[in-house]
Design a protein around this ligand. Structure first.
Ligand code: SF4
Length: 327
């Protein structure tokens, strides 16, 4: 499978079958932001507008097979993956195709930057839940955390979210990544609360950079930061606390455990523990052999963050001295 993966356990969406609308050969992410916490590496080329990636029918064909194989073990279909989903100009056709194929609810996880375009808001209107990002209550913090292509200013971002909220009838769940020392102090949270109050989402989901972020200095806020965020943002909207309880990953329908793991890791870094459990569930005879083969082939790499071992589909770029670099 090239575009469909999982089911992946999700804290909010149960067992979610993923659709990657920006899958590209080589696995490079397609995005118009370059967030400091991105788990997919640096954005090598910041996109300015929407593009055609592949014929939308290719996704729908794969999805049909995946749904058949899952035999009812799916709760949501989620558009998410190796970049920003709304940059695919055929997203609307794919969403309509999925809604015609199944009665399962459909979610779109997006950075929200293209909601400034009326056609994107219209396309997303058929989704049951849309989960855009809002990490900052002011332009300076936004530029520091999200590092967007310059056409996608903070004002356009907030205006797009506000317009979408006015028009959209489904669940609007904003996501805020809580980063220590960046957006978790009282002043930053008060500014964010003021913007959230004006947008009026159904919920705000606090999320933490628990998978290896592209910038090694990025760390999750602590328990105090989470309490502060709940207290301040909770005055204007319902706040959902990050819940550490993940279920088990499925490596999808590939017939070879090496391929199944390599393709899943290209989109979704996993802890060593999660990956071993997924390989066992998949039925791989010897997880160690698969992991060694992945490391040797260069299709996955081991990395240690927050005292835990993770597996990634690609390494951060480094300069001549081996330091991680900006693009
Ligand atoms: S976290 Fe999402 S929006 Fe940010 S750079 Fe990565 S893919 Fe793009």
């Amino acid at each position: 499978m090239n575009y469909v993966f999982g089911p992946v356990p999700s804290r909010r969406l149960g067992r979610s079958l993923g659709v990657d609308p920006t899958a590209r050969p080589g696995g490079h992410k397609a995005c118009n932001w370059n967030c400091v916490y991105c788990q997919l590496g640096h954005t090598r080329h910041l996109m300015t507008g929407r593009e055609r990636f592949f014929p939308p029918e290719a996704v729908l064909d794969e999805l049909q097979s995946a749904l058949k194989e899952s035999q009812g073990g799916v709760d949501w279909i989620t558009f998410v993956g190796s970049g920003e989903p709304t940059l695919n100009i055929d997203l609307g056709a794919m969403l309509r195709g999925v809604k015609a194929m199944t009665s399962l609810p459909v979610a779109v996880i997006t950075n929200g930057s293209t909601l400034c375009f009326p056609e994107v808001r219209e396309e997303l209107s058929v989704a049951d839940a849309v989960m855009p990002t809002l990490d900052a209550g002011d332009e300076r913090t936004f530029l520091r955390i999200n590092r967007p292509q310059h056409l996608y200013s903070y004002k356009r971002h907030v205006d797009g979210l506000t317009a979408f909220r006015r028009e959209y009838k489904g669940k609007l769940w904003l996501e805020t990544m809580m980063i220590a020392g960046q957006n978790d102090d009282e002043e930053s949270l008060e500014r964010l609360a003021a913007v959230l109050g004006a947008i009026a989402p159904d919920e705000v989901h606090l999320v933490l950079p628990t998978r290896p972020p592209v910038e090694t200095w990025v760390t999750p806020t602590d328990a105090d930061g989470l309490l502060r965020a709940q207290a301040i943002l909770g005055r204007v909207t319902k706040v959902v606390h990050p819940d550490a309880a993940y279920g088990d990953f499925s490596l999808g329908a590939d017939t070879d455990p090496f391929e199944a793991a390599a393709k899943t890791l290209a989109r979704h870094p996993m802890s060593d523990e999660e990956l071993r459990r997924a390989l066992n569930l998949w039925g791989a005879a010897d997880a160690d052999t698969v992991l060694q083969a992945l490391a040797k082939s260069g299709r996955a790499h081991e990395i240690r963050r927050y005292g835990k071992v993770f597996w990634l589909g690609s390494l951060p770029e480094t300069d001549a001295k081996g330091r991680e670099t900006e693009q």
